[in-house]
Design a protein around this ligand. Structure first.
Ligand code: GRF
Length: 209
């Protein structure tokens, strides 16, 4: 059984998609051991509690240094014997030490087709604002492993979503979540939990295909 820690900062709809997919059997051989938020009022924490999942708030603001924050995060992950860390709308830059310890065992969901509209400054609604400003006709979402760069790690899954003529950033954000994020994040976890994903020469090989 793959033990997951889901790191969140906000509403937690991607967390909810994971919970539902595990409950209804679309994701096999995985369980959420822990939800960690950097914000104590994140609705994602309520979702976790409602499902009886252990949850806690660990904020960099409560530590005197990045190193101390990193040590606190690593300690809880180790205590719960976490195998895979899932960043689901997590707005904190992950400490480098944690990325090294969990090499190819941290994944992130990003609301665009990487390498478009990603990297420093592209988060939340800003991603969708940029896609609309550029006038692209197709956007989407990407699940990738996390490395030391911003949105630069090996790509696991992507799904395209069409842009409609009257889209606002908010409307587009919702469509990208419904049609792409809530599908490919659980799917990526299922593939990893069942040993179907490996990283070779910096690229993901999907053995399902
Ligand atoms: C999603 O759009 C995700 O791709 C981005 O932040 C949003 C999080 O939403 N990184 P939620 O907290 O899962 O509802």
């Amino acid at each position: 059984m793959l033990k997951l820690a889901v790191l969140v900062s906000g509403g937690g709809t991607n967390l909810q998609a994971l919970i539902d997919s595990i409950d209804d059997g679309r994701v096999h051989n995985a369980e959420i051991s822990l939800v960690v938020s950097n914000k104590k009022d994140a609705y994602a924490l309520t979702r976790a509690k409602e499902h009886g999942i252990k949850s806690l708030c660990i904020s960099p603001k409560d530590y005197e240094s990045r190193k101390a924050f990193e040590a606190a995060l690593l300690e809880v992950l180790k205590k719960e014997q976490v195998d895979l860390v899932v960043l689901a709308g997590y707005l904190v830059i992950l400490p480098e030490g944690l990325i090294q310890v969990y090499r190819n065992r941290v994944i992130n969901i990003h609301p665009s087709l990487i390498p478009s509209f990603c990297g420093a400054g592209y988060y939340g609604l800003k991603v969708h604002e940029a896609a609309l400003a550029r006038g692209v006709k197709v956007t989407g979402a990407t699940v990738h492993f996390v490395d030391e760069g911003t949105d630069t790690g090996p790509i696991i899954l992507q799904k395209a979503v069409e842009i409609q003529p009257n889209d606002t950033p908010e409307i587009l954000q919702r469509r990208v979540m419904e049609q792409a994020e809530w599908k490919i994040l659980p799917k990526a976890v299922d593939l990893i939990a069942n040993g179907l994903i490996s990283v070779e020469n910096g690229r993901v090989v999907n053995k399902e295909k």
